[in-house]
Design a binder for this molecule. Structure first.
Ligand SMILES: *Cc1c(COP(=O)(O)O)cnc(C)c1O
Length: 461
């Protein structure tokens, strides 16, 4: 294997089953996007040619995983598949205990409920929507302690997921350690564009946590992608395997929540993991209330089997190199075309800078929403808005929140699309970019009260 050479990253698998997708023409797409109110969330999957809405639950499973699905032990208690999952979590992540949950937020719910008391503060390397909401519902307040570079799309810093140690120290001292039950460390940081944290930084965070007697909770949704970036870019790790680096990351943390729909290559599932006997006992009690018995947590036996096998596949160097390689291939093609995107390239998607691409569309006319709709019109590629629509309104003033960034996220499912698909995407983005002067913005015709980006409707100006 060529770890850091210029040799190609081709996939370590071949294709044995295909799912036909629908090729559409411009007139059809015009009707589809109009009917969807210019919101890609309201398109039917059938109307989409290449679906880059999310990498969550959209991976292709391997023949081994599908074979594992046939070995589902659908017993209510003590399913054999649970023990396979437990063994995989212990072997590849190093945590002592695992409690399955229906997906990542199920684990976040249990953990927040147990560890957070009213008035607590939770420092973390940028928020994630469900994580923050569960912290708040448990009575806590999230505080962002990520480094400033993470908020700057121009910064080329390689580890934008790092925690600012001074910010962390200030939070702990000003809020008092007894009101900070844990520090949340995400690998990689989704909302920063899939940016990794370095092992050097994590070790420093561990030191500070120990100094104050505070736990570290690991949001390990994309830990394999983070480990690959450490292998490639952090001095001293090029000769370590991704699997070894993952174990080192996990060993520096106390508890973990996992959305297995991302790195672990399954369509549904997640878990809570911990090294702490007491937390395990309490969580295995609560899981019965909210998810199911502690040996299935809302999952079928077959889903736990697919997860156990997916975890083993996800830590292989060849797999993760091709996964991140494909994302970077798309990013590099766009850079060659001169399309403004967020840098450095993240590990699960590419983010188009809609403010730079459509400077003549004011933020009140939704540049990122407009760009995502235009991309669908051009080629049937579905992307997601991450700009003013997603940012919602200020609760007090009722005015739009005006985020600094207007982004369109092209998220790549794992093992699903080919390099030729990535070429189609890059060429389509470039076509839209070349015709950007003709593009006009949108106006909102329907605005739901909560999480408006999912269901808002628009019309063309
Ligand atoms: C997806 C995600 C979650 C939540 O997981 P679900 O499986 O969607 O409930 C938590 N944290 C991060 C970083 C994620 O990307």
């Amino acid at each position: 294997m060529h770890k850091s050479s210029t040799r190609s990253w081709a996939e370590p698998f071949k294709i044995k089953m295909v799912e036909p997708v629908f090729m559409t023409n411009y007139e059809q797409r015009q009707k589809f996007i109009e009917d969807a109110g210019y919101n890609t969330f309201l398109l039917r999957s059938k109307e989409v040619y290449i679906d880059l809405l999310t990498d969550s639950g959209t991976s292709a499973m391997s023949d081994r995983q599908w074979a594992g699905m046939m070995m589902g032990d659908e017993a209510y208690a003590g399913s054999e598949n649970f023990y396979h999952l437990e063994a995989a979590v212990q072997k590849y992540y190093g945590y002592k205990y695992v409690i399955p949950t229906h997906q990542g937020r199920g684990a976040e719910h249990l953990l927040s409920k147990i560890l957070i008391k009213q008035g607590d503060f939770l420092p973390g390397n940028m928020y994630f929507t469900t994580t923050r909401l569960h912290q708040e519902l448990a009575g806590g307040t999230f505080i962002d302690v990520i480094i400033d570079e993470a908020h700057d799309p121009e910064s080329e810093f390689k580890f934008k997921g790092n925690i600012d140690l001074q910010k962390l120290k200030d939070v702990i001292e000003s809020k008092k350690p007894e009101n900070v039950p844990y520090i949340c460390v995400a690998t990689t940081v989704n909302m920063a564009g899939g940016q990794p944290i370095s092992l050097h930084n994590l070790k420093e965070v561990r030191k500070m946590a120990d100094q104050y007697g505070i736990a570290i909770v690991h949001d390990m949704t994309r830990v394999a992608e983070n480990a690959f970036m450490i292998q490639q870019h952090e001095p001293g790790y090029l000769n370590k395997s991704v699997a070894e680096i993952i174990l080192e990351i996990c060993s520096l943390t106390d508890h973990a929540t996992m959305s297995a729909k991302k790195d672990a290559l399954v369509n549904i599932g997640g878990f809570l993991a911990t090294n702490d006997d007491d937390l395990y006992t309490e969580a295995s009690n609560w899981v019965v209330v909210y998810e199911g018995l502690h040996t299935y947590g809302g999952l079928a036996g077959r889903d736990m089997e697919a997860m156990a096998i997916g975890i083993a596949e996800s830590v292989q160097d060849d797999h993760i190199r091709a996964r991140v390689g494909q994302v970077h291939y798309l990013g590099e093609r766009l850079l060659e075309f001169g399309v403004p995107i967020v840098r450095p390239l993240g590990t699960h998607g590419i983010f188009l800078d809609a403010k730079k691409i459509l400077p003549h569309v004011s933020q009140d006319n939704f540049p990122a929403q407009t760009l995502a709709a235009e991309l669908f019109l051009d080629s049937g590629v579905r992307a997601m808005e991450r700009g003013i629509v997603s940012a919602g309104r200020d609760e007090k003033t009722g005015k739009h929140n005006y985020p600094k960034l207007e982004l369109v996220r092209l998220t790549i499912p794992r093992r699903v699309y080919t390099q030729a698909h990535m070429d189609v995407v890059a060429e389509s983005v470039n076509e839209v970019y070349l015709n950007r002067d003709k593009i006009k913005g949108l106006e909102m015709t329907y605005e739901p009260k909560y999480l408006r980006f999912f269901q808002a409707r628009f019309r063309k100006l």
